[in-house]
Design a protein. Structure first.
Length: 309
């Protein structure tokens, strides 16, 4: 048996062909064509999979199914309940559309949730069944897995930990229009904001004053022992650790798996998050481990295949 994992992004659609052991046999990608409300995206996916099946001489009876991760809230039936702004999509049902082209079982879920499942299946969370995946990228994404199952919630917004309110004093608005969301401090853009604010506060010397500010620049400076950068990282870690302590009291996870572009800073990142987490966490939840994600950009196709296998 085979399964396909599909990760639909704003620029490309990543796809993987998996065997029943969960090994990826082939990976490829196609461009995401967003014109006309993104109407070509799912037909393009279907055509690409059919072409791969023909190339590999795989009969549809030997395909256990196709799993799909998409950027937006997806309910249990695979309906994008709020559409997907990044793809131009309005409300649509992914399995229904793909089934017009390929008659195999199809499951869909939110891309962050699917990536979390991938990390638990074959990545940093392997061997665990209760996991919170935290993606530190442009925003802060989350995926929560309880007893091996993705927490979707009533409207598909379960696990959106980036929008936990963490700061009453914030004056700028988050992308969600509220003020003081975790994402405003713990994302790559959030770290840059923290850095800018810290540098404006006084004249303390720092290599960051001559650098183009980015999350990477901040953590590179931390590694070089820059005092101001360390302060910024402590602030970042304080917010994230506090937010994750709140999550732990609800989910009681065995492990937090930290991924996304910011996590490329490596283990040093965890040195700033864990102390704050330990400070605030409810004691019975304090055993949670912190690990870095290992699948990178492939987490989505792995998790999509895991929806099926
Ligand atoms: Zn927000």
């Amino acid at each position: 048996m085979y399964a396909f994992g599909v990760d639909i992004g704003g620029t490309t659609v990543k796809m993987g062909l998996f065997d029943e052991m969960g090994r990826v046999l082939e990976k490829w990608e196609i461009p995401t064509v967003k014109e006309n409300g993104g109407e070509a995206i799912l037909p393009d996916v279907a055509r690409s999979i059919l072409a791969k099946m023909k190339e590999k001489e795989i009969d549809s009876r030997d395909v256990a199914g196709i799993g799909v991760g998409a950027p937006g809230a997806v309910d249990e039936e695979g309906t994008m309940v709020g559409g997907a702004v990044n793809l131009g999509w309005g409300v649509l049902n992914i399995p229904e559309i793909l089934n017009q082209y390929i008659q195999v079982p199809i499951k869909a879920n939110n891309d962050a949730n699917v990536a979390a499942l991938g990390e638990m299946w074959q990545g940093g969370g392997k061997g665990y069944r209760n996991m919170v995946a935290v993606t530190l990228g442009t925003g802060v994404g989350g995926g929560i897995i309880v007893n091996g199952k993705i927490l979707t919630g009533a409207t598909g917004a379960g696990g959106e930990i980036g929008h936990i309110h963490i700061e009453d004093e914030e004056t700028e608005s988050c992308g969600c229009k509220k003020k003081g969301c975790l994402e405003q401090y713990a994302s790559a853009t959030g770290i840059v904001r923290l850095a800018r604010r810290r540098l404006e506060k006084d004249d303390a010397p720092s290599v960051l004053r001559d650098a183009e500010l980015s999350a990477k620049a901040v953590f590179d400076a931390v590694k070089a022992g820059d005092r101001v950068a360390i302060e910024i990282a402590e602030q970042f870690g304080g917010y994230l650790g506090k937010g994750l302590a709140a999550v732990a009291a609800v989910v009681n996870p065995e492990v937090f798996v930290i991924g996304g572009g910011v996590s490329k800073a490596g283990e040093i990142l965890l040195q700033f998050v864990e102390p704050a987490f330990r400070k605030y966490v409810f004691y019975p939840c304090s055993g949670a481990q912190f690990k870095l994600a290992t699948l990178g950009n492939d987490a989505g196709i792995y998790g999509a295949a895991a929806l099926i296998l």
